[in-house]
Design a protein around this ligand. Structure first.
Ligand code: AMP
Length: 586
């Protein structure tokens, strides 16, 4: 009976999604009308002279495109306790902290119940599609989720990351029950104040419930990779805990100790089985299905800056399917993955036309004719007027603009997406890159995707020597004359000077953006520098962000470190063990 009710609820989500996407144009007009009606009183809209009008034309002619910088003074007043209708009709009661991995510091973003509702809608919709292809039984989920610190703003509003705001909501717990995704770990672990202790306990709790676990997940896929890299170090300790029924002294936080100890009974049989299984693995290949035999898939955001972790994730997952989760940001959700069988590299996200009003700035590539044949897909962009959701064209790239129920109006999210097709009349978007993450010295422009491709090429050379790239980032160093690219790599072992030199030349040749190639030829950009950093350096960068109030759940390794990010640059530079300059070009 309960099962039937569940199926009915899931089918209802699919039907709703199909109906909304079939009529995406009309739903968009209606959604904008609702947003403007609910927030007509807001000072921001009043000042722009909208005067209560809710139609698309008036909206576009009165309200300019905005960036976070434009909204900062308004958000600051909200954070300082001004509860008049500033950006929204009803006062904002929470502030979200974005991960800050792009700009180097977290941004304040308004957060309200509408965003929680949108999140549940996204979770339920994508689950409904996922569950048709990979049905779950009643069980649990090993979810590597982590709340961040909460603090009060000057005006007394609670500020935390968007994921923490969601995890703390009652709606989240109810939704997780409905979509058979109850976390193995108690709240004390999720909201623990020490990432390393929480991670240890997530792994331990996941093993206590190993037969019940239906899937393994995290918000962004790299957290799962990090979790299993840690598991490689701590698995014997975890076995001892399970054998003896006593939690390791690694875990010192009293609330976590108390909550996890309650779940822990001496279980030598389970401990021996885990020990045997782990000892039998070759280089940890397939550890996930080995230890969680009933898991149906691994789930988390796997596109964009997560792609470089897929190789390692596939290694841990053995043959288990990898399913990419949905597309959103602290500012709001955008799209849902309704084709769960697609390989993560091919995943697209269908925009939900009823969660916000979306516009798209067409981005045309500015191509230098001379090096046209050699040029990759990502070079400098030329912009034109924004178009509506149903007016985008397949094959074209756009920057997304969001208007939503949480006080953002024509807000430039900064993400570049490519339209790959349409689901009914709503576009299917492929994530391309963050627009502001650019490796640049003068006329050259390389995006995080270009960097990823270059590092992939170099990692093939390293693989021949049995070395893996653990993580990477870059910096455009203008302090030298001429300026040059610096690529930081953390490797699984020590490379010799010969392979290092080969990798450096390979990286240099792999940036085929017209501006870079021509600048390198005339030495307007100097030889590329590869700097190898010690093992654990990228963990230090993560710890640095956590110290700023960020959450592991939202962390994305910053791929281009700009001058505003001096602390991260310092961490990298302090940990360099070897470096090398490219010697040949062209
Ligand atoms: P934050 O608000 O700090 O959590 O970061 C949100 C950003 O993460 C988005 O603007 C995207 O750049 C990135 N992001 C979120 N979801 C995805 C996804 N499914 N694929 C690729 N990138 C994503």
């Amino acid at each position: 009976m309960l099962e039937k009710m569940g199926e009915f609820k899931h089918q209802k989500m699919v039907d709703e999604f199909e109906s909304n996407t079939k009529d995406a144009g009309r739903v968009q007009i209606e959604t904008l009308r609702r947003i403007l009606e609910e927030n007509g009183e807001a000072e921001y809209l009043q000042r722009l002279g909208l005067n209560g009008r809710t139609d698309t034309e008036s909206f576009k002619s009165c309200v300019p495109l905005s960036t976070h910088k434009d909204l900062e003074p308004y958000i600051q007043r909200i954070a300082d306790g001004d509860d008049s209708p500033i950006l929204t009709g009803k006062p904002i009661t929470y502030i979200s902290l974005s991960s800050g991995t792009t700009q180097g510091r977290p941004k304040f973003v308004p957060f309200n119940e509408e965003l929680v509702k949108n999140t549940m809608q996204i979770f339920r919709t994508s689950f409904a599609f996922r569950n048709r292809e990979f049905p779950l039984e009643n069980g649990k989920a090993l979810q590597f989720i982590f709340g961040s610190k909460q603090f009060k703003t000057k005006g007394g509003l609670t500020a935390s990351t968007a994921t923490t705001n969601v995890y703390r909501s009652e709606q989240f717990k109810n939704t997780m029950k409905d979509i058979q995704s109850q976390c193995c770990s108690p709240d004390e672990v999720i909201f623990g104040t020490d990432f390393h202790q929480s991670l240890y306990c997530h792994l331990l709790c996941g093993l206590i419930y190993c037969d019940a676990v239906q899937f393994i997940s995290s918000t962004f896929a790299h957290t799962i990779v990090r979790a299993f890299q840690t598991f490689e170090q701590v698995w014997e300790e975890i076995c001892t805990d399970i054998r003896e029924g006593v939690l390791s002294s690694i875990v010192t936080i009293p609330s976590i100790r108390a909550a996890v100890s309650k779940l822990l009974q001496p279980n030598p049989e389970l401990a021996n089985s885990i020990y045997r299984k782990c000892s039998g693995l070759t280089n940890w290949y397939g550890v996930i299905p080995e230890l969680w035999p009933n898991a149906k898939y691994v789930y988390g955001i796997m596109t964009g800056s997560m792609e470089p972790y897929l190789k390692k994730l596939r290694h841990y997952a053995g043959g288990l399917p990898l399913l990419s989760a949905d597309y959103g940001s602290s500012e709001g959700w955008i799209g849902v993955n309704v084709y769960p069988r697609l390989q993560p590299e091919l995943v697209t996200y269908v925009v939900l036309p009823d969660i916000g009003y979306f516009e798209f700035i067409p981005l045309k590539e500015k191509i230098d004719e001379e090096v046209l044949e050699k040029t990759s897909s990502t070079v400098a962009y030329m912009e034109s007027e924004p178009v509506g959701l149903t007016e985008v064209k397949v094959g074209e790239e756009y920057e997304i603009i969001v208007t939503n129920f949480a006080g953002l109006y024509r807000y430039r999210l900064g993400d570049v997406v490519k339209v790959m097709g349409f689901h009914n009349s709503s576009p299917e978007l492929q994530f391309v890159c963050r627009r502001s993450l650019l490796l640049t010295i003068n006329i050259d422009k390389n995006t995080e995707k270009d960097l990823q491709l270059a590092v992939e090429a170099a990692s093939k050379l390293l693989a021949e020597k049995k070395l893996e790239v653990v993580d990477f980032t870059s910096h455009g160093d203008s302090s030298t004359e001429p300026g040059h690219y610096v690529i930081f790599l953390e490797l699984s072992g020590e490379p010799d000077q010969e392979v290092l030199a080969e990798c450096t030349n390979c990286l240099d040749q792999s940036f085929i953006d017209a501006g870079y190639v021509s600048s390198r030829k005339v030495n307007a950009i100097g030889p590329l520098e590869l700097r190898v950093v010690q093992r654990g350096t990228f963990q230090k960068i993560l710890d640095h962000y956590l110290g700023l109030g960020g959450a592991v759940s939202q962390f994305k390794t910053p791929r281009c470190i700009g001058s505003t990010n001096s602390m991260v640059l310092q961490i990298l530079c302090n940990n360099v063990v070897k470096n090398c300059f490219s010697t040949s070009f062209g």
